[in-house]
Write a protein that binds this ligand. Structure first.
Ligand code: SAM
Length: 289
């Protein structure tokens, strides 16, 4: 469990530090809107000036109204636009609703299964993040409150896309980063299916990225890492793993399909292409191509 100071009105809130304790984030908290110890984690919702509302789980920023679009739009639209016509989509985690909101923008999507371990996150999002939680009443959604590891292992129907919107690999999300889980993901994907998962910052989680891509290389015909800028995540960026069940080279996004995704706050076709242009510190962690 990470250590963090208790947020209070007008207090400076410090996140747990990264890079062996030398880097952390501080938030100026205007108001603590909500605090609950759920069955799985310590949940805070804070009001923080221009960041808007901020969701913390176990003291770690999950999402802020200011920059959530960078994370959610890139986790969803990059894989879904890689698939020719995604119809059945599975979301693992994603309790704040942002990933679901983006998936439902795709007109080809007919059914979304979502498995979030913590019903407390979903309830808090409905109440405090109306801009993220828009999809929870959509008839295409089948929401399960349960462990994503078991849900994927037992999935009966194949999915065109599986999106893993998890928290960091400490706590309940630990099992979402291992070999057995990714084997289940591959099994649960239809031919031509595509997956995307949180794969962290290449400055902070070097061992995790090395291990994850070593595992993905052994399971999927094609897997690659891409990034997005999200200033309220430690190090200012976040990484994703993209995996496909066929070894096709990634096609550029179809401008007509991008046009249908309304509204967008971060995603552009250029940002999609640029997300795969990796600097050396990232390339050094990945298997050679
Ligand atoms: N991407 C954000 C980040 O890392 O900052 C995380 C967003 S948050 C919505 C991630 C969600 O994953 C949380 O609501 C958490 O409860 C959920 N989660 C964690 N472990 C899980 C598991 N084993 N199965 C399903 N959901 C899980």
């Amino acid at each position: 469990m990470p250590k963090y100071s208790q947020p209070q009105d007008d207090a400076l809130y410090l996140e747990p530090a990264d890079l062996q304790g030398s880097l952390g984030l501080a938030l100026k908290v205007d108001r603590v809107l909500f605090h609950e110890r759920t069955q799985y984690q310590d949940l805070h919702i804070l009001q923080c000036g221009p960041l808007g509302r901020v969701l913390l789980l176990d003291g770690i920023i999950q999402t802020t109204e200011m920059d959530e679009a960078g994370y959610h739009e890139m986790l969803v639209h990059v894989p879904l636009l890689t698939h020719p016509a995604p119809s059945r989509v599975l979301i693992i985690g994603g309790g704040d609703g942002g990933t679901l909101r983006e998936v439902l923008k795709h007109p080809t999507v007919q059914r979304v299964d979502m498995c979030e371990i913590d019903g407390g996150v979903v309830e808090a999002a409905k109440r405090y993040f109306p801009g993220l939680a828009t999809g929870f009443s959509d008839p295409r959604l089948n929401l399960t409150i349960g462990d994503g590891v078991a849900f994927v292992r037992e999935a009966a129907q194949p999915y065109d896309a599986i999106l893993i919107d998890s928290s960091d690999p400490d706590g309940p999300a630990e099992g979402l980063f291992g070999q057995a889980f990714y084997q289940s993901v591959k099994k649960a994907l239809a031919p031509g299916g595509v997956g995307a998962a949180l794969a962290e910052s290449y400055y902070l989680y070097q061992d995790l990225i090395r291990d994850t891509f070593a595992v993905l290389e052994g399971i999927f015909p094609y897997a690659c890492y891409y990034t997005a800028q999200v200033p309220t995540y430690n190090s200012g960026l976040i990484g994703f793993a993209l995996m496909t069940t066929s070894a096709y080279p990634l096609s550029p996004p179809d401008p007509m399909r991008v046009h249908e995704l309304i509204p967008l706050r971060y995603y552009t076709e250029a940002a999609h292409r640029a997300a795969f242009a990796l600097p050396r510190p990232a390339l050094e962690l990945l298997p050679p191509r």
